[in-house]
Design a protein around this ligand. Structure first.
Ligand SMILES: NC(=O)N[C@H]1NC(=O)NC1=O
Ligand SMILES: [Zn+2]
Ligand SMILES: [Zn+2]
Length: 507
């Protein structure tokens, strides 16, 4: 018996290790072929003349195996490829890391008539976004506790066409309750978000500096960021604006006056101080504060530069609508353009581009914040009462490209603003670049192809007529989107099942 055992031992070990390797290999794609992916295999090569890696843009071949990037080969890829392997040859199209949108409102559960996990993530997939991080407000209830995060996860089940993470909310109710915040963060919220002015949603009340400082203490322990809507209501200034002669609510100039840049400036000053106060003990950088949708490119931006220069852990995003539009051109009564902070003048728009190119603005996000068409009050065109929020999720890549071309932007800059830095903010170390061992998340697109966002264009947002981009002629057509190796969108078609994953922060 002992002899038998020793003789067969190597064979038994071999069989055991083959079985172990087989079952250890993720079977995600294999078991659900044809549903999660428009491909039928999970080991293949993507080749193109323009592959965007951290080293630059070059012809290349990317080997995808079981949802990950296995190899990246640069150079004349046709010579590198072996015969009989699955090859997706995208010719001259650009292969870039999938976009990561750190700021989207998907509004489910509770306001699925505004948007939803299914419609929102279908639009994301069609736009080359492979991960998005959902905001804690506009859904009902807001994501402000472990329980409400669980409701989000429940509502998202089987509806995600791309990967989706969640920000939790910092509100007065939980700000002084570190154990509640602990639970929310332990349950997987990637960070917290708060408002320094009314949010437009009653169940998501604003926070003051004291709340923010309390939140930052807890977040610092987890090394996760606080995202802040940085506008503080300076009562005196809003009254001056509304009492003035120019108070036609259909005029964008009226709205602009009600939310001056000084509101952003005051908020950013408070945030700078709050983040500096957290730089104590061994925590030289302090808690991470991320300013969402910066619109003012003057004093607010100078304050941000100052804080960064002083070593604060501060990052900032702006959105395509601040880079594409200027206040002067917004037609009277066209409330599709209403957002907060408001879109400012043309000189401001140009300075935002410069700040982005110079690295003072770190990244871009959509702030896709849709509503039902009735809330846009199209009949009245009242900028003061209409819902503030721009609907843009599906278009952010072509919009950034179309308006950025004039500034000479590169594909690597796009990848850094839309993938690399957002991945870092959201703590997703396995996403954001085309590199070995990263998740196989890609967008394949043709920058040169022009198209019009007209009535024939397939828009997957829940409501098409509220988007400020309708009617624009833009360039940059998304051909295909891959999420962890699954081809989830290809030339007008989505995979038949929604196999995106919820992303929860790791402990
Ligand atoms: N509640 C909400 O989504 N508000 C957003 N809309 C917008 O334009 N800015 C915001 O913060
Ligand atoms: Zn906001
Ligand atoms: Zn928002």
């Amino acid at each position: 018996m002992d002899i038998l055992k020793s003789r067969f031992l190597p064979l038994i070990a071999l069989v055991a290790s083959v079985l172990f390797l087989y079952f250890r290999t993720p079977t995600f794609n294999k078991s659900i072929d044809g549903e999660c992916s428009l491909l039928t295999h999970d080991h293949y090569w993507i080749v193109s003349k323009r592959v965007v890696t951290p080293r630059g843009v070059s012809p290349g071949a990317v080997e995808v195996k079981s949802g990950h990037i296995n190899t990246v080969k640069e150079g004349e890829y046709h010579k590198l490829l072996l015969q009989n392997e699955h090859v997706l040859d995208y010719g001259g199209a650009v292969v870039m890391p999938g976009l990561i949108d750190v700021h989207a409102h998907l509004d489910e559960p509770g306001r699925e008539e505004w948007e939803g996990f299914s419609t929102g993530t279908k639009a994301a997939a069609a736009g080359g976004i492979t991960t998005l991080i959902d905001m804690p407000l506009n859904s009902f209830p807001s994501t402000v506790s472990e329980e409400t995060l669980k409701l989000k996860l429940e509502a998202a089940k089987k509806k995600l066409y791309v990967d989706v993470g969640f920000w939790g909310g910092l509100v007065p109710e939980n700000a002084f309750d570190p154990s509640a915040l602990d639970k929310l963060l332990k349950a997987g919220a990637l960070g917290l978000k708060s408002f320094m002015c009314p949010s437009g949603i009653n169940d998501f009340p604003m926070t003051n500096s004291t709340h923010i400082k309390e939140g930052l203490k807890v977040l610092a322990k987890y090394k996760r960021p606080l995202l802040v809507h940085a506008e503080v209501v300076l009562e005196s200034e809003s009254h001056i604006a509304l009492d003035s002669d120019e108070s036609d609510p259909r005029s964008y100039a009226t709205y602009l006056k009600t939310r001056p840049p000084s509101w952003e400036e005051a908020a950013i000053r408070e945030l700078k101080d709050a983040s500096e106060e957290t730089r104590v003990g061994g925590n030289a950088e302090g808690a991470h504060v991320h300013i969402v949708h910066l619109a003012d490119s003057r004093t607010s931006l100078d304050l941000i530069k100052e804080a960064k220069h002083g070593g604060s852990s501060l990052t900032v995003e702006t959105c395509p609508h601040y880079l594409a539009f200027s206040a002067e051109e917004i037609p009277d009564g066209d409330t599709r353009f209403k957002c907060a902070p408001p879109i400012r003048d043309e000189a401001n728009r140009q300075r935002l581009w410069e700040a982005l190119l110079e690295g003072h603005i770190d990244m871009l996000s959509s702030d896709h914040s849709p509503c039902t068409p009735d809330l846009k009050l199209f009949d009245e065109g009242d900028f003061l009462r209409a819902w503030g929020g721009i609907s843009s999720l599906q278009f952010v890549l072509p919009i950034t490209w179309s308006y950025g071309k004039a500034y000479g932007i590169t594909f690597n800059q796009l990848a850094s603003w839309w993938s690399e830095r957002p991945a870092k903010l959201a703590g997703q170390t396995n996403k954001g670049a085309i590199k070995r061992e990263m998740d196989a998340d890609f967008v394949v697109w043709m920058p040169e192809v022009e198209f019009e966002l007209d009535e024939n264009y397939d828009i997957y947002h829940k409501h098409r007529n509220i988007s400020a981009y309708l009617g624009q002629r833009i360039s940059g057509k998304v051909l295909a989107t891959f999420v962890r190796g699954n081809l989830v969108y290809s030339e007008g078609k989505h995979a038949s099942a929604a196999c995106g994953a919820p992303i929860l922060a790791k402990q």
